[in-house]
Design a protein around this ligand. Structure first.
Ligand code: GTP
Ligand code: MG
Length: 339
């Protein structure tokens, strides 16, 4: 019964989502309904399937649109083409990109080897995914980063999308003390939202744009902890892996766009599942597969190490060597492991 009550509420989410999107897309003067071949009924079907922005259509495959809306493949192709045209998905010159890179903020951890591992710190304009088993420290890293970025950016804000009810203001207060900043002041600048299911989680990620554009918050970091727990719980054993991956893809896309457009850092946590196919080495792999892997700019694998330390290993970074570092999660800070 209780379960049902929880699931009921966000049923409304897709409708709300569609509304916001329309408002948002108005700025670009084109909505999904304006694309060629999209009548009201098709628009509705696309919206319900999650293709509710021109961007979502632009990055879809024809097959996905066929499945979602029942239009023919050639119409799907036309829709995608028109969406891409409308969005001005153009090229940037190298120097423009360099100028963009100059604006990147690197959120430090207070642990030299951890900063070094991340090329100076956790970058804005990028998604960093931390995966690892329970208790490996993913949530702790999220809390620490929230405090550290707010110390670095005195006008900044943090958004924490909490899917597992593991956000702890007390923990923030402790890390704030450790970073020599006022816990109350820091807590005021962290906006926490509890996500009750995957739709709700996706909606909250889209709402971050509202916080920035309409409420004037200078969001520097968005944390999604955990990125995959709801998706994993909702889509298990239902033969709907494709649907799950499609939704996850869309969610990652929203996050990636946020990071890019507003030069903010995204930190997402991800569980691991036992992979029976792997007989050698570490028999765990992150949930979400390639979708999450490809959308993440940096991926760190967290695990428990010697003497209770935590080991962070950088995997698949675009410009940094794969490496690892070790640290302790202490009451008020992280501390270098000098083993
Ligand atoms: P799941 O969310 O269960 O997948 O785990 P996680 O990777 O998010 O683990 P989390 O970040 O919650 O790490 C838990 C570990 O952090 C604990 O086992 C402790 O070692 C450490 N920790 C958590 N809270 C405190 C605290 O208040 N003080 C200290 N010293 N360590 C803490
Ligand atoms: Mg956690």
């Amino acid at each position: 019964m209780k379960q049902e009550a929880i699931l009921m509420e966000p049923e409304k989410a897709p409708k709300k989502e569609a509304k916001t999107t329309k408002k948002e897309s108005k700025q670009k003067d084109i909505t999904v309904a304006d694309l060629p071949g999209v009548g009201p009924a098709t628009a509705e079907k696309l919206m319900l399937a999650g293709f509710d922005t021109v961007m979502a259509v632009a990055v879809a495959t024809p097959g996905e649109l066929v499945e979602a809306s029942g239009v023919s493949e050639s119409v799907s192709r036309k829709m995608i083409h028109a969406a891409r045209e409308a969005l001005d998905m153009g090229f940037f010159s190298g120097d423009e990109l360099m100028a963009k890179r100059d604006k990147v903020i690197k959120i430090t951890t207070g642990v030299d080897s951890f900063n070094e591992l991340m090329g100076g710190g956790f970058e804005t304009g990028a998604i960093t995914e931390a995966f690892g088993e329970f208790g490996s420290g993913k949530t702790q890293v999220g809390h620490l980063l929230a405090v550290r970025v707010l110390k670095q950016c005195p006008e900044g804000s943090v958004v924490y999308i909490d899917t597992e009810n593991t956000f702890r203001p007390e923990r923030i207060a402790q890390f704030a003390k450790g970073a020599d900043v006022d816990p109350q002041e820091i807590l005021k600048r962290i906006k926490v939202a509890r996500a009750y299911n995957s739709d709700h989680q996706m909606l909250l990620a889209e709402k971050v744009t509202d916080l920035i554009n309409n409420q004037g918050l200078d969001v520097k970091l968005v944390i999604v902890d955990s990125l995959t727990a709801h998706f994993r719980a909702e889509f298990i054993g239902r033969g709907t892996l494709a649907e799950r991956q499609q939704k996850l893809n869309k969610h990652m896309h929203v996050l990636s766009k946020l990071a890019d457009m507003h030069n903010l850092a995204i930190f997402v946590t991800n569980q691991v599942s036992a992979d029976p196919a792997q007989f050698f080495g570490d028999p765990t792999k992150p949930i979400g597969g390639n979708i999450v892997a490809h959308a993440s700019t940096f991926r760190i694998y967290l695990r428990k190490g010697k003497k209770g330390c935590r080991v962070a290993k950088l995997i698949d970074s675009p410009n940094l060597p794969d490496n690892e570092c070790a640290f302790f999660v202490r009451e008020e800070k992280f501390e270098e492991f000098k083993g």
